[in-house]
Design a protein around this ligand. Structure first.
Ligand code: PGA
Length: 246
């Protein structure tokens, strides 16, 4: 039995339309009562309202947030708006945002700060690329990504949300970190967080499936997962959630 309650988050990314989401939520709603972990669904902005009719605030997350306060930022969404839309959580620093939208460590830290200022719980994502891993830079890269957030919002802020380790080379590739590789990184990250590290939930993400989830979630420093592709099928996501040790 772990001292931290596990958290499993479904990251739908830019997938799903209203009808399919409705079917997913219906199936999930009928079976989630049996789960032994906390669950969060991270939906595209325009479907947050649909989630609100099926889930509680603690189970609803956006996938990104503006680093700015409300104002002249066409197309962006402020933390206050997410709160108003029924969100309790928000992902910040996903590698797809870092890579496709040029988000730097400083921007990610500012987003985490905006989330915390408005009472949203951030899921802060960090991860190394394959090139960085092969060059032996994994620990240095992760440690500076984490430090940027810790320096700006402090370690305690992470206990209200979660930290997600997502090796970029494992996202959507079918290549997962081995449970031992992930455990080693999680333990190092927890040590870096310091005295509050024990209360921070550190999720693993990157090609988690029903078949590999039990071994990953059994690791002492892995407190659940951030699930992309496999979260699109409700039965698969439920099976992953059910893999959390009781
Ligand atoms: P994946 O995505 O499960 O499809 O690899 C994980 C993520 O990017 O959060």
């Amino acid at each position: 039995m772990k001292s931290r309650r596990s958290l499993v988050a479904a990251n739908w990314k830019m997938n799903g339309l209203r009808a399919a989401n409705g079917a997913w939520l219906k199936e999930f709603g009928a079976r989630k009562g049996a789960l032994a972990c906390d669950v969060v669904v991270c939906a595209p902005y325009v479907y947050l309202d649909q989630l609100r009719h099926a889930l509680s605030r603690d189970e609803i997350s956006a996938q990104d947030v503006s680093s700015h306060e409300p104002g002249a930022y066409t197309g962006d969404i402020a933390a206050e708006m997410l709160k108003d839309a029924g969100c309790g959580w928000v992902i910040v620093g996903h590698s797809e945002r870092r890579q496709q939208h040029g988000e730097t460590d400083a921007i990610v830290a500012a987003k985490a700060e905006r989330a915390l200022q408005t009472g949203l719980r951030p899921i802060v994502c960090i991860g190394e690329t394959l090139q960085q891993r092969e060059a032996g830079q994994t620990h240095a890269v992760l440690s500076s990504q984490l430090a940027a957030v810790l320096d700006r919002v402090g370690a305690e802020a992470l206990s209200s949300g979660a930290l997600a380790y997502e090796p970029v080379w494992a996202i959507g590739t079918g290549r997962t970190a081995t449970p031992e590789q992930a455990q080693e990184v999680h333990a190092a990250l927890r040590a870096q967080i310091g005295s509050t590290g024990d209360s921070v939930r550190i999720l693993y993400g990157g090609s988690v499936k029903p078949g590999n989830a039990p071994e990953l979630f059994a690791q002492p420093d892995i407190d659940g997962g951030l699930i992309g592709g496999a979260s699109l099928v409700a039965a698969d996501f439920l099976a992953i959630c059910a893999a959390v040790p009781k």
